[in-house]
Design a protein around this ligand. Structure first.
Ligand code: F6P
Length: 517
């Protein structure tokens, strides 16, 4: 599966000091810098050089990449196990979908969500005679993580409008906190669920309805609900007025759905124009992905580097450290996008995959994480590639805190790379413990500024990166069969059909009083 030429590059670069590569290849930094749509990717601290990248690009081309990318962007059946396209790019009006049925459908629903958002935002939608002051999105997975991330990331762009809250957990305190302090008559709940059959979302939706009925009466409570779903009938059966149900087609995957009606809470809370700018940023990345030469194509190159680190250099995880409080939810969002898409061991043809699939993604917010897990990154026994995500304008900011934030990010990359070897001196044991190995790799993704457009471009970059990796792995990135068994087994437990369960699970259910025997 891995061509010998690429393996040879990995062997050549495996033991090289990256500092030596920098001195030996003066043009290296520029060659490993790619920008588009207000995002710059700096790969110069990767254990990689342009010849290796060229070999990786060549390998991608042998996998029929151009045809596969075209199929993705023009509505081909790229999700074969579910027999459908993955046309989330239609919500960004990418060139390849212009004039298609998909685009017309998107236009129609975008006009509907925009009109509804404008009414809610302008105080004209009054479920109980009062304007809406708070919108509570009830959803989970892709129906939660995207909207939650974008709401938090673009909070400073919201202007006047209802505040946004999110409920995903079945822990009752989640809903309790979301409604706390609100006038029930001014609440709007949006149930976001592609399938409208997700257990957590339906239970939370019903709990919200019951809570609201206790305050405004059962007959009135339904007026406080809207839905974003690919299952309109189920949403209507739940009691949501048909006019307040906003459709999206089944060819939008859950973790790719923030651009669709699933973003309704954002369209209300941030405003339709901010939401449109967010989608425009993504469209710019779509165009770049569709047309830029592979060697200068941001999502393609990022995918190749992540693939290289995982499969050639053997690093099973990647850390995402966001140096912006507003991007604190990014690692969690990327976990679903990347791990639900690439966490597979069987190819799209049903054969055992020769490679282990996408890396584990984890991370947090800088500089906070410097005071928690960075010790492990610097001196732990594993080498883990780090993606530093920062804001370029912070480097020259008038606010000293932003400059210090940026300096910290730069320093961490340098420290991981260089390490330090302290002289043994009088206390060799202490010197050894204080020394740091260095040679640890990282990338920097710098956003010119955190705007709706750059955020949209950043998310689209990662969506396309995942697609490119799926081509390299030969897997379908758009299904998620691995989450199904757990759902079935939860139902079995709830139904009390325990004979198929192992002794440990049965003992726990008995010990805790879930079942009496
Ligand atoms: O169980 C996994 C999953 O299907 C995700 O892929 C999806 O984003 C999430 O559940 C929520 O699904 P829905 O939007 O249908 O409620």
């Amino acid at each position: 599966m891995l061509p010998p030429g690429i393996i040879a590059h990995a062997a050549r670069l495996g033991e090289v000091r990256i500092r030596d590569l920098m001195s030996a290849q003066p043009g290296r930094a520029a060659g490993l810098l790619i920008s588009h749509a207000g995002i710059e990717l700096d790969l110069s601290k990767q254990r990689l050089d342009p010849p290796a990248l060229t070999a990786l690009t060549g390998h991608l081309e042998t996998l029929d990449f151009h045809a596969r990318r075209d199929a993705l962007l023009s509505g081909g059946i790229v999700n074969a196990s579910e027999g459908r396209p993955a046309l989330h790019t239609a919500y960004r009006h990418g060139a390849r979908v212009q004039g298609s049925d998909a685009e017309h459908l998107v236009d129609e629903t975008q006009a509907q969500t925009r009109a509804f958002a404008t009414r809610v935002r302008g105080g004209d939608f009054r479920p109980a005679g009062k304007p809406v002051s708070r919108v509570i999105n009830i959803g989970i997975g892709g129906s939660d993580l995207g909207p939650r991330l974008v709401a938090d990331a673009l909070a400073d762009h919201a202007g006047a409008g209802p505040e946004l809250r999110f409920v995903a957990s079945l822990d009752p305190s989640d809903l309790q906190h979301a409604v706390a302090g609100a006038d029930p008559e001014t609440l709007l709940f949006i149930i976001a669920s592609k399938s409208f059959s997700t257990q957590e979302t339906l239970m939370n939706g019903q709990a919200a309805r019951d809570w609201l009925a206790g305050h405004v009466g059962a007959a009135q409570s339904g007026r406080h609900f809207a839905a974003a779903s690919a299952a309109r009938d189920k949403a209507v059966a739940f009691g949501i007025a048909s006019d307040n149900v906003f459709d999206f087609p089944d060819w939008v995957g859950g973790r790719y759905s923030v651009w669709s009606a699933v973003g309704l809470s954002l369209e209300i809370g941030l405003g339709p124009d901010v939401f449109a700018a967010f989608r425009d940023g993504a469209r710019s990345m779509d165009e770049h992905f569709a047309t830029a030469p592979l060697a200068r194509n941001l999502p393609v190159v990022k995918a190749l580097v992540d693939f290289w680190n995982r499969n050639l250099l053997g690093h099973p995880s990647r850390c995402v450290a966001a140096y912006s409080a507003r991007l604190g939810l990014l690692p969690g969002y990327l976990q679903q996008l990347e791990m639900e898409s690439l966490g597979k061991s069987v190819t799209a043809n049903g054969e055992p995959a020769p490679l282990p699939g996408g890396a584990l993604v984890w991370g947090g917010c800088g500089t906070e994480v410097q005071h928690s897990f960075f010790q492990w990154l610097h001196q732990g026994g594993d080498v883990t590639p780090v993606d530093f995500i920062g804001i370029a304008s912070h480097f020259a900011s008038d606010d000293p805190r932003e400059r210090v934030l940026a300096a910290n990010m730069a320093a961490q990359g340098a420290a991981l790379l260089d390490g330090v070897q302290l002289p043994a001196g009088d206390d060799p044991a202490l010197a050894a413990q204080r020394s740091m190995p260095g040679g640890r790799i990282s990338s920097v993704l710098l956003l010119d500024a955190l705007t709706p457009a750059t955020l949209g471009a950043l998310l689209a970059l990662h969506e396309h990166k995942v697609f490119v990796e799926s081509v390299l792995y030969g897997i379908n990135p758009f299904d998620q069969w691995g989450v199904e068994l757990g759902k079935v087994l939860t139902k079995g437990i709830l139904d009390g059909e325990l004979s198929r369960y192992d002794a440990s699970t049965r003992a726990m259910l008995a010990r805790t009083g879930f079942v009496s025997d």
